[in-house]
Design a protein around this ligand. Structure first.
Ligand SMILES: Cc1cc2nc3c(=O)[nH]c(=O)nc-3n(C[C@H](O)[C@H](O)[C@H](O)COP(=O)(O)OP(=O)(O)OC[C@H]3O[C@@H](n4cnc5c(N)ncnc54)[C@H](O)[C@@H]3O)c2cc1C
Length: 279
């Protein structure tokens, strides 16, 4: 099928885009980024936005900035850039690695980090890493700006705290301290498919470990019991690790035992990877 008819706008500035969205949002108007999720949904008539506001010409949304302490990505930075940018690879190697798991070349070349985060597919890699990093998400409407922590952003299946008239502008991640160990693992039927289960971990030297799993619930979630087990470092007893993952899964209401076992394996492999990977 083809999408229903719509009006199309191509603003060149963020203010103009926000004003257009303010006028269109009430009737279901949307911004479009890479179109890799929105266009298929429109083709299937799952959504019928009467107005599309293309963010492709908004240059303010495409920059990658890095300092000693922070990595900052414009919402329109493509997943391909996240995967290949030297700045990202040096400051946040886990993020660059995770981006290589998003779909295929064609998807990564068009799809954006902001689009993926706003779309909030529970199996998607970028939301999981943003939660792991506790990224700060800058959003704005025609009249106001605010910052949302990733922990408060993902509400459920394809659902976030973003208002209909708001645009995600920028995602900022604190750079992990030198010596931080990291691991990432996911299982999909074929490389490039959405993950059936996945895990990412960050083990800062002397700091609180962070573990996020994705693909198993209606949104990515922090595995806090697993984090507690990893306080002693990545060389942890596997049975203990799996018990902790099961505890986290139970608290999230995941009852499918195959899924829980798969999650356990993903966490175990991410932690094993962290023994060798260091920022
Ligand atoms: C075959 C295929 C395989 C895929 N495999 C994977 C995969 O393995 N892992 C994965 O994570 N993804 C996968 N994807 C999805 C892909 O990563 C998308 O690119 C991504 O989910 C959405 O990004 P986008 O830039 O294309 O957003 P769009 O499709 O343009 O937009 C998605 C939604 O976000 C909104 N939006 C976009 N940008 C903003 C913004 N800045 N502010 C406010 N709202 C915004 C849009 O209005 C829309 O509702 C796959 C897609 C396809 C077609």
């Amino acid at each position: 099928m083809k999408p229903a008819m719509m009006e199309y706008y191509a603003p060149t500035g963020l203010g103009e885009a926000a004003t257009l969205l303010a006028e269109a949002a009430e009737d279901g108007g949307k911004v479009i980024a890479g179109g890799q999720s929105l266009i298929p949904m429109m083709n299937f008539r799952l959504v019928r936005p009467p107005v599309l506001i293309d963010l492709g010409g908004v240059a303010e949304l495409t920059s990658v900035q890095v300092s000693n302490s922070h990595l900052s990505l414009g919402a329109m930075v493509t997943t391909a850039t996240v995967a290949s940018s030297e700045q990202v690879r040096r400051s946040w190697p886990l993020l660059a690695h995770a981006a290589t798991w998003v779909g295929h070349d064609q998807i990564r070349n068009r799809g954006t980090v902001g689009g993926s985060v706003v779309h909030a597919d529970p199996s998607a890699e970028m939301p999981a890493v943003m939660l792991l990093a506790d990224a700060r998400l800058e959003v704005r409407s025609a009249t106001a700006s605010r910052t949302v922590d990733a922990a408060d952003f993902f509400w459920g299946y394809l659902s976030t705290s973003l208002e209909e008239d708001e645009i995600l502008v920028r995602l900022t991640l604190e750079v992990p301290p030198t010596g931080t160990r990291w691991g990432f693992c996911e299982f999909a039927q074929r490389h490039g498919d959405f993950a059936e289960a996945g895990a990412a971990c960050l083990l800062p030297p002397g700091g609180r470990p962070r573990v996020v799993t994705f693909g198993a619930a209606d949104r990515p979630f922090r595995a806090t019991e697993t984090e507690s087990v990893l306080v002693a470092g990545p060389a942890v007893d596997e049975k203990r690790l799996r018990r902790a993952v099961s505890g986290d899964a139970a608290r999230e209401g995941i009852t499918d035992r195959t899924k829980v076992r798969l999650l356990g394996t993903m966490v175990q492999r991410a932690v094993a990877m962290a023994r060798d990977q260091q920022v």
